[in-house]
Design a protein around this ligand. Sequence first.
Ligand SMILES: C[S@@+](CC[C@H](N)C(=O)[O-])C[C@H]1O[C@@H](n2cnc3c(N)ncnc32)[C@H](O)[C@@H]1O
Length: 280
Amino acid sequence: MVKHVALALCFERLNTKPAPYRYVDTHAGIGAYDLQGDEAERSPEWKDGVGRVWEAERAAPQDVRHALAPWLNVVRGMNSGGLQHYPGSPFIAQRMMREADALRLCELHEPSALLLREALGRDRRVKIEQRDGFEALPAYLPPPERRGLVLVDPPFEVGTTTRKADFEWMLRAARGACRRWPQGTYVFWRPIKDVEQVAEFDGELASMLIEDGGIAPEKVLIADLWIRAIGEGKLAGAGIVIANAPFGVAEHLRAALPWLCDLMRQGDGAGWRVETPAAE
Ligand SMILES: C[S@@+](CC[C@H](N)C(=O)[O-])C[C@H]1O[C@@H](n2cnc3c(N)ncnc32)[C@H](O)[C@@H]1O
């Protein structure tokens, strides 16, 4: 959810300037999720996530509501009769981007790519490619508009194991991308299961962005939310590393994350952070 809240905040900021921009989603997924379908019935975790936010948001402090507003507006827009659908990253992008902006979406798996096409419908701004997003990324950069946002959001989990290769592929993709286009905004998502693994990955990613891409340390932002104690072998939460975070995103996330954490916590070990590597 932090990923989608942050993404919507980035789009909101990009929309403040009239020049067109491009969104690249390397692992796009199916676009939108049916919360009443069989799949959602089998894994009803959404009830403790977006379900709780949906119920509690009106009573949230003003700064929290401001921070969540761009994302929640998209959620509300597809749920006029109560919470039944959840927007994935491509859907948030499609709803928030303007007439002259462009979306480039990669989804490797055919059934998911078909669902994605269905979810987004006919839209001349959108190009969907059924291919490996890590492999495809260099060809998209730099985008012709010279403005934009890249989301790198691989699955990581296969059954209950965290797929280590995705960490490695992500680092490789980040190095290539920030060398080709150091001005771009990048959002890298990763799970939180093991503190050391996350610290090592973040350290490597941040130094790569700073040293290979020449991105200023204060423009690298780490935002995490974990709902239970980390290190019990279970997925505890997730977070993002943003390169060239647009102005205001850090402040909004600092307002929203403590509230989201209190709302979704499962036990004493829950927590959140919004940091730049320079401040560590
Ligand atoms: C975590 S989901 C993406 C969620 C989506 N970005 C969102 O926020 O709504 C990861 C997706 O990546 C797809 N996938 C897995 N490996 C891939 C690859 N190498 N290239 C592109 N897509 C891939 C999976 O089929 C899955 O749909």
